[in-house]
Write a protein that binds this ligand. Structure first.
Ligand code: AMP
Ligand code: MG
Length: 494
């Protein structure tokens, strides 16, 4: 598929986005800018288009989507009722980066809300987003336009990095103003509670409207992570390939000193994310270091605006470690939430074992893709087969499909699954349910850690491409690719 990039003209004409708007209304996926991050849009009332979004992102099905509306006039299409509190909040903060959780209407497809009784709604302020909504004329679901688990996109280029050739339209209106996702506010509890921190904080809500809401920082940590009222919060997000270290100055310490102290124990090559002013103070002592700076003094708005671009850019520079400046206080809770999630490391050496039949096609492809994405983060994959002809090389077309993604194939010959490999693995993933059943039969002690690909691919197994055309190998590769983030998430929950 060809991806058409539509640059936004300034000033905008309402007709400029007529074509992608119509395409959206008819079921196409359109990526577009909002003031928070770029969204991957689909019509909220077309379950197939919404399903395509989950598939493209590799997003877990239990993570509901936010429905984007042009104005409160559209509310009754998706919300059953709204509490009285909604109106002063809407007056003060919408359009803008605030999402409201309200009781849903039954007519919305279950896939949008992951079957919850509530729906998340937001009214974006960004002009291109509003023009597109107007042209589409329908409520639009729009999660961030990144592969699940990658840093969110704040430039059209980031969207293309993850989805070029896989979606028909990307609307390009430059960098997103805020740079972090919206604040999610639950209006179905009394008092309302912030479920995801964003630029708008509980303090701002109180100051502007007099309404008291439970702030993110007042939500006990266990509720934020273990029993998440907002399903998306339990997933690890925003992770670049490099290890992320947060640099927060200690009492009486300057940000420059904090960076210099941390740098002494850094992994090389290291990349820094900080303001130009802070960089100017330390650059003399650090020749040749990789760095991403934003203009001016160290400030939270600048750090928020540039964080995701910095994580992606430093990653592309090939650094092993990214050191990013941290900030204290409630206003910084959204920024620190994203940064902390990016910094969470898998436990030292999580091991996953992929299992197929002959260990020449599916499982070595899975091994190569997994190690390409996560080996740097201390997780490791190997593979084996249930009925192996020993000593076979990885299938040529498997290597070819991997090469198209810039991934080197597994170079050792095929090998039979052995009890020792089963013992050492934290997680074992078979390609089909039949293989899973056989594994459980042969290795009953390992039952609890044996899974099938269908557990990570919404019920779909991966059938054997042996002897088929390159096209089939590409499909296997794509399926494996979309399962990987869920597999690493599962490993981390173990
Ligand atoms: P994203 O679209 O990636 O910005 O994620 C949307 C966020 O909104 C996730 O954290 C979801 O868990 C949250 N969300 C969406 N719908 C609901 C809902 N009905 N109740 C609670 N949280 C929701
Ligand atoms: Mg997201």
């Amino acid at each position: 598929m060809k991806t058409t990039v539509i640059p936004v003209k300034h000033p905008m004409d309402p007709d400029d986005l007529y074509i992608p708007g119509q395409a959206l209304a008819q079921g196409a996926i359109v990526a577009f800018p909002t003031e928070t991050v770029y969204g991957l849009g689909a019509s909220a009332f077309l379950p197939e288009a919404v399903g395509e979004i989950f598939r493209l992102k590799g997003r877990p099905a239990d993570n509901p989507l936010i429905v984007h509306l042009l104005s409160a006039d559209w509310l009754n299409q998706v919300a059953e009722t709204v509490p009285d509190l909604f109106w002063p909040l809407y007056e003060a903060f919408s359009p803008g980066p605030l999402t409201y959780i309200v009781p849903r209407r039954n007519e919305i497809p279950d896939i949008v809300t992951s079957g919850l009784h509530t729906v998340a709604v937001r009214f974006p302020a960004q002009q291109a987003a509003r023009t597109l909504l107007q042209a589409a004329g329908v409520p639009v679901v729009a999660p961030s336009a990144n592969l699940s688990g990658r840093p969110s996109p704040t430039r059209a280029r980031h969207v293309l990095d993850d989805f070029a050739g896989r979606i028909p339209y990307v609307i390009d209106d430059g960098p997103c103003e805020v740079g972090l996702e919206s604040t999610v506010l639950d209006l179905t509890t009394d008092p309302p509670r912030i479920l995801r921190p964003g630029k708008i904080t509980a303090r701002q809500i109180r100051e502007k409207t007099g309404i008291g809401v439970v702030s993110w920082t007042d939500t006990p940590y266990e509720n934020q992570l273990v029993r998440p009222p907002s399903p998306g919060m339990k997933y690890r997000h925003y992770a670049p390939g490099a290890q992320v270290t947060i640099v927060l100055p200690g009492r009486g310490q300057s940000i420059e000193d904090a960076f210099l102290t941390r740098l002494e124990e850094s992994r090389q090559p290291v990349g820094l994310f900080l303001s130009e002013a802070s960089w100017a103070l330390i650059r003399g002592s650090l020749p040749g270091i990789k760095v991403y700076t934003y203009e001016g003094e160290s400030d939270l708005a600048g750090a928020m605006h540039y964080l995701f671009d910095a994580l992606r850019t430093l990653d592309e520079m090939g650094v092993e470690e990214i050191m990013a400046e941290g900030f204290a206080g409630e206003e910084a809770s959204a920024y620190m939430d994203r940064l902390t999630k990016a910094a969470v490391e898998p436990r030292d050496c999580h091991r996953v074992l992929f299992v197929c039949e002959g260990n020449t096609c599916r499982s070595p492809m899975a091994e190569a893709i997994f190690n390409d994405r996560f080996a740097k983060r201390g997780a490791h994959a190997s593979s084996a087969g249930l009925s192996v002809i020993a000593g076979q090389a990885t299938a040529e077309k498997a290597s070819e499909a991997l090469a198209e993604w810039g991934i080197a194939p597994v170079s050792r010959p095929s090998r039979q699954i052995r009890a020792e490999a089963v013992r050492e693995a934290d997680l074992i993933v078979a390609m089909t349910e039949n293989q899973r059943a056989r594994l459980k039969h042969f290795f009953p002690d390992a039952e609890s850690k044996i899974f099938a690909m269908s557990d990570f691919l919404d019920g779909c197994g991966i059938s054997d491409p042996f002897g088929q055309a390159l096209y089939t190998y590409r499909r296997v590769r794509d399926q494996l690719g979309s399962a990987m983030q869920k597999i690493i998430d599962r490993l981390i929950l173990i």
